[in-house]
Write a protein that binds this ligand. Structure first.
Ligand code: 15L
Length: 267
């Protein structure tokens, strides 16, 4: 696909920095946004530093944008008062501004932590009821509901990608199942942007791993074909982590450590 202008929020984040050089190939102009400072705009780039919780800023940010990769917000567990403005108010602002500006599609960086309290022995389709494992996971569940509402009410399409663990290589046993390589992340973004009809679709973001907890077969219409696998790292990972105690919640649950975080003490 070739877009006139794509917007990437969270451009200074872990995955934003991975996607920045990769998404340029699919658009004339890549608009990049984050709360934090970013590298200056290169050829075919626009850089706009703006907080997601500022609706007016989002209204100008979404102007003349064909599609959005919404990767902004907090990406790990934090106290609720930190998650709320960035991920909940922020997601609302992005959707509302997108509706006002006539944007056609959003790719929402959701997370496996929407269903983190399911056990690792279960295989989930994206249609399984959410079991968020954190305030962070709850905020991503909110984002998916928001996406559903904006599609049903206004026809604004979304692919919610429940990203597993997108890091350079898998580094623990959990990631043998949850890993999404950067090349597969790019393939998934391109598929989600170019599928002819998505409505609001949910897909787990994972590579073609041999062990998995997620079944994407209901999301075939997105056309995502992962090419990588965690398997080449299995021996190394298992040797480094020879025993994990299966009674521990972080070992038992799909969300790993996230299921054990908090409560956060208030002053
Ligand atoms: C996430 O949602 C986080 O953003 C990321 O830092 C990883 O921890 C990932 O989940 C994971 O579950 O491995």
């Amino acid at each position: 696909p070739r877009f006139k202008r794509l917007l990437l929020t969270g451009a200074a984040g872990n995955l934003g920095r991975v996607l920045r050089p990769r998404m340029k190939a699919y658009c004339d102009v890549l608009r990049l946004s984050d709360l934090a400072a970013m590298d200056p705009a290169g050829d075919g780039e626009e850089v706009v530093q703006a907080p997601l919780e500022d609706l007016a800023a989002m209204q100008s940010l979404l102007k003349d944008v064909d599609a959005v990769l919404h990767f902004g917000g907090v990406s790990i567990e934090k106290p609720f008062d930190v998650v709320l403005p960035a991920n909940i108010v922020g997601a609302y602002n992005v959707y509302e501004a997108a509706r006002q500006r006539g944007v056609r599609r959003i790719i929402f960086a959701s997370s496996n932590h929407v269903t983190g309290f399911y056990s690792q022995g279960e295989t989930l389709t994206p249609q399984a009821a959410p079991r968020p494992d954190s305030y962070y996971g709850l905020s991503k569940a909110f984002g998916e509901d928001l996406a559903q509402f904006y599609f049903d009410r206004y026809g604004l399409e979304t692919v919610s990608v429940r990203i597993g663990s997108s890091w350079p290589v898998p580094t623990d046993r959990r990631m043998l199942s949850s890993w999404l390589s950067f090349d597969d992340l790019e393939r998934l973004m391109v598929a989600a942007l170019s599928a002819p009809v998505v409505g609001h679709s949910i897909i787990y973001g994972m590579s073609d791993n041999r062990s998995t907890w997620w079944d994407n077969s209901k999301s075939n219409h997105i056309g995502f074909k992962p090419q990588d696998s965690s398997e080449p790292w299995r021996a190394e990972v298992e040797a480094a982590q020879p025993y994990v105690d299966p009674s521990r919640p972080e070992v038992r649950c799909q969300g790993g450590q996230f299921v054990t975080l908090g409560p956060f003490e208030k002053d």
